[in-house]
Design a protein around this ligand. Structure first.
Ligand code: NDP
Length: 397
């Protein structure tokens, strides 16, 4: 059906190409390109069968990207490198007339801000070029956005209150580690909290608001209100929302380490001089922390991510909870990665499939909730992320 260029050979990239390789009728040819080619080669060898070609690429370099795209001629470029590369890859897609998909919004390196404005600014250019950009197609953003669109389409006349709840109840046996790229992860969880209420953003101190929430098959876990990027597009695309919040679970041990890391300046993103060499503290920290890709082997337990929604159906108030639980051990057995990479990589593959099948294919730049959620929801059940719906339950929020 189509050729795909995947950029980034980390935990998420590993899952994306594993899943694509198993669907030759959809993904006829796969090229995995990343900064370190040996990582691409190791993933291709693990998959076997000559299903995955590999290449070296510096995705900060637009001319290099353009020549790789021109030589391979993919139908779609899937970006699972880092958010810093989003705009460069979008520029290369524009220059070559090829569609684009990613899982995380653009971030400038020198400013930990999570905003779609830079990528939304490409709307007219993508429309004029007749190509599609699908933004935020991981789990959150991604599946949580599709869950919201599915709820609005099938179960509500108006959705009023949305709480996205993200629990990782897994244990990797390390004193401190992040589940995906440490630099991106620590920037995300140490920023101020922010949520939408009655038409405006309310700001909180980091981790100021928290409460225990019950997660299916897991039980109560302390959950912290943090800002997460899908809130920005969801409140625009579902204007009936009176309030939209995002909650994530953290263990005490994790928070204590995080506080120390911040207090001693190791989460800093400004360069400092050390022995005559310029280093960025958080990048140095990444070099000494466990590689998220290596956590899988001993990871036990579940993730549980979903949307708790309150709104109106046929004039009556209704509550709805849709979620997926994913086992770290099962994810590892299948792809050699833990559940956080798995829950991001599977929806990314499905989004690419939606594009190649022509189901999610409009000229312009779109967040995933703007497309038909039904075919995507069907594929989640078929590819390892089954979801569960609960109607008229206590949402605790
Ligand atoms: P990793 O750090 O494990 O992998 C990133 C990969 O990108 C590495 O292979 C890295 O190369 C490569 N890379 C970095 N810079 C460049 C560059 N300039 N040129 C080419 N390749 C480059 O990250 P993850 O796999 O954990 O995460 C990937 C993406 O997924 C991130 O953007 C993250 O924010 C997003 N994500 C989204 C989630 C969601 O639910 N929506 C959840 C989790 C993650 P090298 O190996 O040389 O370092």
């Amino acid at each position: 059906m189509g050729k795909v260029l995947v950029i980034g050979a980390g935990g998420v990239g590993t899952v994306v190409v594993h899943k694509m390789a198993g669907l030759p009728e959809v993904f006829t040819e796969i090229l995995l390109a990343s900064r370190t080619k040996s990582k691409c080669d190791a993933i291709a060898a693990q998959i076997g069968g000559n299903r995955v070609q590999t290449a070296q690429i510096d995705a900060d370099n637009v001319p290099e990207l353009v020549s790789l795209i021109e030589s391979f001629k993919p139908d779609l470029v899937v970006n699972v490198a880092l958010p810093y590369q989003d705009l460069n890859i979008m520029d290369a897609c524009l220059e070559t007339g090829v569609s684009y998909l990613d899982t995380a919004n653009y971030e400038p390196r020198d400013e930990a801000k999570f905003e779609y404005k830079w990528q939304w600014a490409y709307r007219d250019k993508f429309k004029e070029a007749g190509i599609t950009a699908i933004l935020g197609c991981g789990f959150d953003p991604g599946v949580t956005s599709v869950f919201t669109a599915y709820a609005a389409k099938h179960h509500f006349d108006e959705i009023h209150y949305l709480d996205i709840v993200d629990c990782n109840a897994g244990d990797h046996g390390k004193a401190f580690a992040t589940n995906f790229n440490p630099e991106i992860n620590i920037r995300e969880v140490t920023q101020k909290g922010k949520y939408w209420e009655n038409g405006k953003w309310i700001y909180t101190e980091p981790h100021e608001i928290h409460k225990p929430l019950n997660y299916p098959e897991i039980g109560p876990k302390e959950s912290y209100l943090i800002y997460h990027e899908e809130l920005e597009s969801l409140v625009k695309n579902f204007p009936t929302l009176k309030r939209a919040r995002f909650w994530m679970t953290f263990g005490q041990e994790y928070l204590t380490h995080l506080r120390v890391i911040q207090n001693i300046g190791m989460a800093g993103i400004e360069p400092i001089m050390y022995n005559g060499v310029e280093i960025v503290p958080i990048q140095f920290l990444k070099a000494v922390l466990p590689d998220p890709g290596d956590l899988g082997e001993n990871y036990k337990g579940w993730t549980s991510i979903g949307c708790r929604i309150r709104g109106i159906k046929d004039g009556k108030e209704k509550t709805y909870y849709v979620y997926n639980n994913c086992s770290h051990e099962v994810a590892y057995k299948e792809t050699g990665t833990q559940a956080v990479s798995y829950t991001t990589g599977v929806p990314c593959m499905i989004g690419a499939m939606m594009y190649l099948k022509g189901i999610w294919k409009n000229p312009g730049v779109f967040n995933v909730e703007e497309f038909n959620p039904d075919p995507f929801m069907e594929q989640l059940n078929l590819h390892g992320l089954p979801w569960v719906e609960l109607h008229d339950v206590d949402l605790e929020l």
